[in-house]
Design a protein around this ligand. Sequence first.
Ligand code: MSP
Length: 498
Amino acid sequence: MSKFYITTPLYYVNDEPHIGHAYTTILADVISRIKRIQNQDVFFLTGTDEHGQKVQEAANKKGVSPKDHVDKYVKRFQKTWEKLNISHDYFIRTTDKEHTDRVLEILSSLYKKGDIYFDEYEGLYSVSEERFITEKERDEGNFREIKKIKEKNYFFKMSKYKQELIDYIKNNENFILPHSRRNEILGFLNKNLNDLCISRPKARLSWGIEMPFDSDYVTYVWFDALISYISAIGYNKDKEKFNHYWPADFHLMAKDILTTHCVYWPTMLMACNIKLPTTIFAHGWWLMDDTKMSKSLGNVVKPLDLVDEYGADALRYYLMRNMVLGQDASFTLDSFIKRYNADLANDYGNLINRIFILINKNFDNKIPVNGKNDSIDQNFIKNIIKYQQLAIKNYNSMKIHDGIESSISVFRLTNKFLEDKAPWKTIKSDRDIASTTLYLSSEALRIGTILLYPVIPEKATIVLNAMKCSPKDNTLFGGLKEGITIDIVKNIFPRIVD
Ligand code: MSP
C-alpha cells in the first residue's frame, strides 16, 4: 500500500474561518478521499497557526489573553471542519507541546551548527504580512502597513542554500505546481536572497515560542508554523512514523503563501538535512466582486452560514466544481444556486428519484435482472465506462472540476438513456426490457455516485448505503448485484427555489 501525505496551511486563528480556508481544506479532503478509495495509506494534516502578531493583536482587541483567544477560536475551525465532513487524520495546533518542543530542538541544533546568527538589521517591515520586505516588494504594492524598523535579531542563513534550492527546483519539475508558480519562484530566487529574520524581540511581540538561546526573543511565526508539517508526523520523536510519511506528497495552499513554502521551508529543511516535499501546489483565490476575500478586508463569506442553509455537500460541490485549479474564481450566491439546481437537483437528484421510484413500483425494491443488451444498451455501457475513465484520469491529474464534470456526464447520459428506453412504458409490454434498462441505469447511478463520493461524501453515502454498496466496491461496470433489496431514498437534493 503506498502512502500519501497531504497538508493544508495552518490557518491563523485571529478570526473565524471563511470560504477561502474552507476551500483549501475541502480540496485536501477530496484528494484524500480519492486516494483512500484507491487504497492508499493517507495521512491528511490540517491545523491552526496560533502564535505571532496577528493573533496577539486580535486578542488585545478583544481584551483577552492570547491563549484564551486561541483556545476559543480554534474550536470554530474544528467545528467548521466537522460540519464540512473533513476527514483529516490529525489537527495540529502550533501551541501544542509536541510541536513547540520540536521547534526548540531545531532552533538549538541550527544555532549550534552556525546556521543561526545574531545581527542588527534596518529595513522595511510589513506588519500585515509579519515580515521584512525589500524596497522592490514595497514598490510592487502587495504589502500593507509598512514601517521602517531597526532592530537586533536572530537570522537564519537562508542565502547559504540558495543555489542548492535553485538546482533542486530546476531538477524536479513537479516540485512547484502549477508551472507558472515555479517560474515565479525561480524569478524571485534570481534576485538577491537575504537571510531570514527568525526572531522578534519580546519588547515588541511576546506571543511566540521563546528562543532556546535568548529569553528576550520569541520565534518568528513562520519559522515556527512550517515546522508543524514534520512535527505532526513524529519528527525527532517517532522515527518509524516520520520515515513512513515524510516527504509530504502534497503541500496545498493558495498563491499568497508561495514564497514562504517554496523558499523559507525548503531551505530550512536543507539546513536540517531533511528531504524536501514532493509537490507544493498553489491554487488561486476566491474573489468577491473581483477582490480577494480576506478577513482584513471584511468581505468574507462564512461557510457555516451556507452549510446550515444548503448542507455541506452543496457547498463542497460548488467550491470544487466552480474553481479551475490554479485560477481565481468569483463567489456569488447566484452562481452557487444555479450550479446546485442544474447539477445536483436536476441531473443527479432527479435521476435518483426516477430510478428508485420505478424499482419501488415495479420490482419490489430489488435491483432488476440484466437481460439481453441491445445495441443502445451496449452503446450506453461503452459511454459510461468512457466517462468513468475520464473522471478518474482528471481526478488523478488534479483537474478536479473536470473530474466532476465527467461524473455528472454519467448521470446526464443515464437520464437520456431512460428517456430513450422509457421503462415506464416497456414495463407494460416487455418486462425483461424494462428490467434490463433499470439494471443498467442503477449500475450507472452506482458508478457515478462512487465517482462523486469524494466531493459529496454525505449524500453519496446515503445513496450507496441504500443500494447496499460502498465507495470501495468493485467499480467495473456490472459490479452491481442483481436481486439485492434496496432502501428507497428520495429528494436527496431538493431544488432551491430562488
Ligand atoms: N498561517 C499561515 C499559514 C502557515 S502554514 C505553515 C496563513 N494563514 S491564513 O489563515 O492566512 O491562511 C492562508 C490560506 O488560506 C491560503 O493559502 C489559502 O489556503 C486559504 N485562503 C485564504 N483566503 C483565500 C481566498 N480568498 N481564496 C482561496 N484560498 C484562501 O497564511
